[in-house]
Design a protein around this ligand. Structure first.
Ligand code: UDX
Ligand code: ADP
Length: 477
């Protein structure tokens, strides 16, 4: 059996993973026709929009789409045609944490993966390589294989590969163009290895072979969860230490720098850059790992990883308490400006954003909150707050929260500014003008180590920085 020469790729799911990944494949493989399909008409329309008003904000993405769309990159809602035509199909649908039923709050909801897989089986009239791209629990590929084999037509053969995506939002295009590694998992059979070589050929158009790792299916699936869990664990570790810093007057930046100089540890992901980590992956994947460990009767392993998420929640609660304590132990009726709502800069994504939890806490303290974010759609903010605070009627939320068109507007007459996302524009803000228009004393709580605290202090602000004690903090133990 010779290896399939991939000339047509279909990607099911035009989201944060499928969109950028397949756009870059189209860019680097002009000989391959890449069709990205999605059931969501509005999303597909946005990808096809003549003014390139793409559905996701990602630096560099528009340029890639401009170069490839209509050449060898196509967006469509015709899922069946996409499946029918392709040699290789990426499944890049969403896999959120289950909200109800068995494993609620921990396990991944595989409903979308299953539906897409069943559709492939139903529609395909020729053999396909099916690639699991979404982050999924271990052994999902096995379930996909069972579904495909049980439903395939005579003469149709399906090979399943796992090819998890390691891109980070905000740097997706750079990560895709120059990945640390591409990981491909396959069954260690003749057919599995052949499918693996076919996908390797696609990546080899721009990724060196020494960066393409081929492993077993389950190792590949577990590696993705493990990588995210270990990255998140570093953040929780440094956040735990930041609590000690704030209580003692030590500076977490100095500690992280000193620790990261050890080449065995390294400097990356040791920054208290946020009030706890957010994003669609870290929490979801760790909870997945917890669920997997429990299912495998490994309670100690489950408890170990669960603590990483608990520390993250603690970090957010701690930050809220600091705001309340500093504002003379009450924020009832006080205006708090929240700058940034996305889970990190350079994305409009709000999934698991710490800002959601902070605003919810502020609402519970009966504060008035004004929010500004340069990328997040207002509708998304309302949806996130309603989901986070289901007991609040929409009118109640709108009584306490307003969304502003600029940072300056949000800060007008506020008692405190909370920096929740590290957008560059907040660093360049006219902080003197912000100060002049605020109630006094004017507080800034920097949850992202973004602003020049000394400069702001000189203007007159009282500045509180995450991971650092308030000025003059003494060691009290
Ligand atoms: C992450 C992984 O990095 C990526 O490999 C995987 O494919 C998906 O999940 P992403 O969530 O997009 O990517 O962004 P990332 O840059 O990892 O940031 C996640 C969160 O951690 C953000 O809230 C960020 O602010 C926070 N963070 C990151 C820190 O608090 N400190 C750090 O040092 C780094
Ligand atoms: P991710 O961050 O994993 O890319 P997103 O939610 O951004 O997740 O994108 C997943 C996309 O998959 C959504 O646009 C959704 O409409 C699409 N999708 C889900 N199920 C199917 C399906 N069965 N067929 C086609 N598209 C699907």
């Amino acid at each position: 059996m010779s290896d399939v020469n991939v000339t047509k790729i279909c990607c099911i799911g035009a989201g944060y993973v499928g969109g950028p990944t397949c756009a870059v494949i189209a860019l680097k493989c002009p000989h391959i026709k890449v069709t990205i399909v999605d059931l969501n008409q509005a999303r597909v329309d946005a990808w096809n929009s003549s003014d390139y008003n793409l559905p996701i904000y990602e630096p560099g993405l528009e340029q890639v789409v401009r170069e490839t769309r209509g050449r060898n990159l196509f967006f469509s809602t015709d899922v069946d045609r996409g499946i029918q035509e392709a040699d290789l199909i990426f499944v890049s649908v969403n896999t959120p944490t289950k909200k109800t039923g068995v494993g609620a709050g921990f396990a991944a909801d595989l409903n979308f993966v299953e539906k897409a897989t069943r559709r492939i089986a139903q529609i395909a009239t020729s053999s396909k390589i099916v690639v699991e791209k979404s982050t999924v629990p271990c052994r999902t590929a096995e379930s996909m294989r069972t579904i495909l084999e049980a439903n395939s037509k005579p003469g149709c053969h399906f090979d399943i590969l796992s090819n998890p995506e390691f891109l980070a939002e905000g740097t997706a295009i750079a990560d895709l163009l120059n990945p640390d590694r591409v990981l491909i998992g396959s069954l260690q059979t003749k057919a599995g290895k052949s499918a693996c070589r076919s996908l390797c050929e696609v990546y080899a158009n721009w990724v060196g072979l020494d960066h393409i790792l081929t492993v077993g299916l389950w190792s590949s699936e577990l590696s993705k969860l493990a990588a995210n869990a270990m990255l998140a664990q570093r953040i929780s570790s440094i956040n735990a230490l930041s609590a000690i810093c704030e209580a003692t007057g030590a500076n977490i930046d100095e500690v992280a720098h000193a620790v990261g100089k050890d080449t065995r540890i390294g400097p990356k992901f040791l920054k208290v850059r946020s009030v706890g980590f957010g994003g669609s992956c870290f929490q979801k994947d760790i909870l997945n790992l917890v669920y997997l460990s429990e299912s495998l009767h490994l309670p100690e392993v489950a408890a170990y990883w669960r603590q990483v998420v608990e520390m993250n929640e603690y970090q957010k609660r701690r930050f809220t308490r600091r705001v309340v304590d500093t504002l003379f132990k009450t924020i009832t009726g006080k205006k708090i400006a929240v700058l940034g709502f996305a889970f990190k800069a350079d994305t409009g994504d709000t999934r698991e954003s710490a800002a959601i939890t902070l605003v919810k806490h502020f609402m519970e303290e009966k504060a008035l909150i004004s929010i500004y974010d340069p990328q997040v759609e207002h509708e998304q903010i309302w949806m996130d707050l309603q989901e986070a605070a289901p007991d609040y009627a929409p009118q109640q939320i709108k009584k306490q929260v307003q969304i502003c068109p600029s940072a300056i507007d949000a800060c007008h007459e506020a008692e405190a500014v909370v920096i929740a996302t590290e957008w560059k524009e907040f660093r360049k803000l006219d902080w003197q003008a912000v100060y002049d228009n605020m109630s006094k004393p004017a507080f800034v709580f920097d949850g992202r180590l973004l602003v020049d605290a000394d400069k702001l202090t000189k203007i007159g602000f009282k500045v509180e920085v995450i991971g650092r004690g308030a000025p003059g903090t003494e060691m009290t133990i």
